[in-house]
Unconditional design. Structure first.
Length: 460
């Protein structure tokens, strides 16, 4: 009984020690490194766009849109109604007038896709006139695989209405719209992200294209177009590239576009139409600025500032979910929003970019993002020390208890052995006594006493 009880107690003590150690390390780890959700809804699954892998692609991808241009013959003719599918990119979005609740937006695309002059239906048939434009946001913008129509426009030739205002399309080539790019204006109640133009014209040899791909590519119908919305980096010379596909540099700036252009600079055209020099300084967009700063800070490992700017970018437009997808990335989730005293070390650099300076401890400079970890590191270290002390005490107590149990067991074992020896001696002595007793009886039997003869007193 004692032996089995000892073994059970030993196993229990060992298991408790291992369990305590595992639990302690687990708790300390999660306090020192906050829990990270690797498969967050904002940075969704296998079919969604994955942020945090390429700076230029992340920055520009949210501005790429899918366009579906509808054309009808006037007068209507059977077989002369069709849709042309391609891409475009947002190149501007700001308040229509200072302080206005309405924002003017511009999509740049290929003039052969959105042709204000109309397209041919066939030989001997009238021209098909532009009748509608649907503008779809992509999966990076929505952080979802569900299609989102940013705006539907009703058009009559070169003039389109978004339901609130009517604006004319602006072609780069005023004679033949399909020989260059075209700007499509529309209005929204919230700001939109848009791509920045390169500061100077650049060759496209070092550029990459952003295509919107999907299960069926390229899309050939309206139903397919709504499911081909995943931003994908491709080579600029890929023959499968769609009209209106933007070419970007490593910083995510717009260099050129796939279009039947005349060799004119799209940068000069865009700036002249939507941002003439006297108006350019007042064309501000807080969403655009916060998004760009957040991208730059993320890729320079300033995650505290990136978290702040992505949070700002997410408040201006609830449909724009890309900032929340960035906030769910492990490297940002691991950063705890610092206190005002910690952020007091941040300064604003040229161009409004936030730079974390941090603090100095002696000759050592401590970055702001490292300072943000200090409360967690200290708290985790203290907890880890407490857990280790508790474990050590438990181990020592277990060893002392084990020693006492072993001593008691050995004493009990010695007593049991002594009793067993005495019992053996007693059992060994019992047969000899029996033999001696029997021997005496036999002796009496073998040597009987002679019977005395009694004489009869009346017999003569």
């Amino acid at each position: 009984m004692s032996t089995y009880r000892l073994k059970f107690t030993s196993r229990r003590g060992s298991g408790f020690f291992v369990l305590s150690l595992v639990v302690g390390v687990f708790i300390a780890q999660h306090l020192m490194w906050p829990a990270v959700t690797f498969a967050a809804a904002g940075n969704s699954g296998d079919d969604g766009y994955q942020f945090g892998k390429a700076r230029g692609l992340d920055s520009a991808s949210v501005s790429v849109v899918r366009l579906v241009a509808g054309y009808n013959a006037v007068p209507a003719i059977a077989g002369c109604t069709r849709s042309v599918i391609g891409l475009g990119v947002l190149v501007g979005s700001w308040a229509t007038t200072p302080g206005s609740p309405t924002f003017s937006n511009w999509v740049l695309t290929d003039g052969s896709l959105v042709d204000a002059s109309g397209i041919l239906c066939g030989v001997g048939k009238p021209m098909e006139q532009l009748s509608s434009i649907q503008i779809y946001a992509n999966n990076a913008y929505t952080s979802s695989t569900n299609a989102l129509i940013l705006k539907s426009l009703r058009c009559h030739a070169a003039v389109c209405s978004d339901g609130a205002t009517t604006n004319a399309l602006t072609c780069q080539d005023t004679n033949l719209c399909d020989k260059g790019v075209v700007l499509v204006p529309f209005h929204t109640p919230v700001p939109e992200p848009f791509i920045d133009m390169v500061q100077t014209d650049q060759a496209i040899t070092q550029s990459q294209g952003i295509e919107l791909t999907g299960p069926v590519f390229p899309p050939s119908s309206l139903d397919q177009a709504a499911h081909v919305l995943l931003p994908t980096q491709v080579a600029t010379n890929d023959p499968k590239n769609e009209p209106g596909m933007p070419f970007i540099n490593g910083d995510g700036q717009l260099v050129d576009m796939k279009a039947l252009d005349t060799g004119q600079s799209i940068r000069t055209f865009v700036n002249a139409v939507i941002a003439p020099a006297p108006l350019q300084p007042v064309n501000t967009n807080a969403l655009h600025e916060s998004w760009n700063r957040g991208i730059n800070e993320y890729y320079t490992n300033d995650f505290v500032s990136a978290q702040s700017d992505f949070t700002k970018a997410s408040t201006s437009n609830t449909q724009f979910q890309a900032p929340k997808a960035f906030l769910s990335l492990p490297r940002i989730r691991a950063v705890v929003t610092p206190t005002a005293s910690v952020r007091s070390g941040s300064t604003t650099g040229a161009g409004g970019t936030s730079t974390t300076v941090g603090s100095h401890i002696g000759p050592f400079a401590i970055p702001g993002e490292v300072l943000a970890w200090f409360p967690w590191i200290i708290g985790g270290a203290i907890l880890l020390i407490v857990i280790l002390v508790v474990i050590i005490v438990l181990v020592i107590r277990g060893q002392l208890r084990h020693g006492r149990e072993m001593a008691a067991f050995e004493k009990e074992q010695a007593t049991a052995e002594e009793k067993a020896a005495m019992e053996i001696q007693r059992q060994q002595s019992q047969p000899q006594v029996a033999i001696n007793t029997n021997g005496s009886a036999n002796a009496v039997t073998l040597h009987p006493q002679p019977k005395s003869e009694l004489r009869c007193p009346n017999c003569g």
